[in-house]
Write a protein that binds this ligand. Sequence first.
Ligand code: GUN
Ligand code: ZN
Length: 447
Amino acid sequence: TEGSPPPRRRAVRGRAVSLSGNPFLKEGCLDHVEDALILIEDGRIADFGPYAETVGHLPAGVTVERYENALILPGLIDTHVHYPQLQMIASYGEQLLAWLDKYTFPAEIQFADRAHAERVAKLFFREILGAGTTTAMVYCTVHPGSVEAFFAESERFNTRMIAGKVLMDRNAPAALLDTAQSGYDESKALIARWHGRGRQLYAVTPRFAPSCTQAQLDAAGTLLSEHDGLFLQTHLCENPDEVAWVMDLFPDRASYLDVYARSGLVGPRSVFGHAIHVTEEDFCACHRAGAALAHCPTSNGFLGSGLFRLFDALDPKRPVRVGLGSDVGAGTTLSLLKTLGEAYKVAALRGTKLDAARAFWLATLGGAEALRLDDRIGRIAPGYEADLCILDLAATPLLGFRTGTCRDIEELLFVLMTLGDHRTVRATWVAGECVYDNRRAGDPLRY
Ligand code: GUN
Ligand code: ZN
């Protein structure tokens, strides 16, 4: 119509792969196109198919960005990460509860300073986009300014992000505590400002049961009931001492999960980090509620928390939604490729085999399903938002040598998840724009 701007058109050509369904539940979900053309219009995928069949739909005047010896994937999805913990990643020697007291809380106190939050948010986006991650579900700190800084940076890139202010009103340094009322009020104001603005979405974020009074957990439930489409993120059954502490603090609850359920926090947009020490009952309750779990293998290894039961969680008899989480700063990398390599080892230690199709589903469409965004992100398909991660099959001499011997797409993907890291990421596209290119001199575009 008159006055509306012309559509923003882009085109990307290269070998591409995308999951069309959940390989834990059915076979044949890997869509692989040796020489694909992806047509993008106003940030969404307009067409995707073999180059020879799709090039006829290429509008005149649109230049094709071609990636050689590369693999184009949907942007990777991190379902559990703490951006304020970048500054204390790789902190030595403790398990969860002592690690929080000794390293995490002192770092988070610094986010009272808005300028500090802005610096760390900038670094976070630079790091995740360089790692091929285009969506994340993110913990900020107790300070509303930490959320403002995060969403403001996300808006610059037009990334689809879910984040929220941490709620914590006990068992932490006074400088990190809110109250049930102030946490509610501040969350409400942030929701009004950010939830549904562009691609930004809000998650009500009680840190975990030990840092929240009953009144605060109830206030979180009230927030969820008052707004459409809000998310809930928290931690669940990460560490045996933590689980014992929760049962001590909430003696009349049937389980750790039940503490959250009684406040209305176990629902279809709830994402629970870790869920290592859960029971079959808990898996069933999550299945019934449609709640999701975030598998955080590098964190669970680093803090000595335990081995997540991935194949039990996804048992086709009562599948629970599962996404992949870096959980930085307990996690040791923001790279979801490296995280998948660690997920394979966790599965192996449990006597199971995490094949490449299942693994890449976890990092893309599975994550999108966990976040209830699988109609918009997590796939390369018409109508989907054009978030892409392009991997360089010869990013290092060893990788080039090894990928050169791969006979099929499954083997190639497995080599990439085992050897891949941030160096493997050739480029990252967000909503139809290239926001990171590892061959561009100096700082990548828009940093
Ligand atoms: N449990 C409560 N807070 C945290 C946190 O910041 N990181 C991890 N890994 N577990 C938690
Ligand atoms: Zn966490």
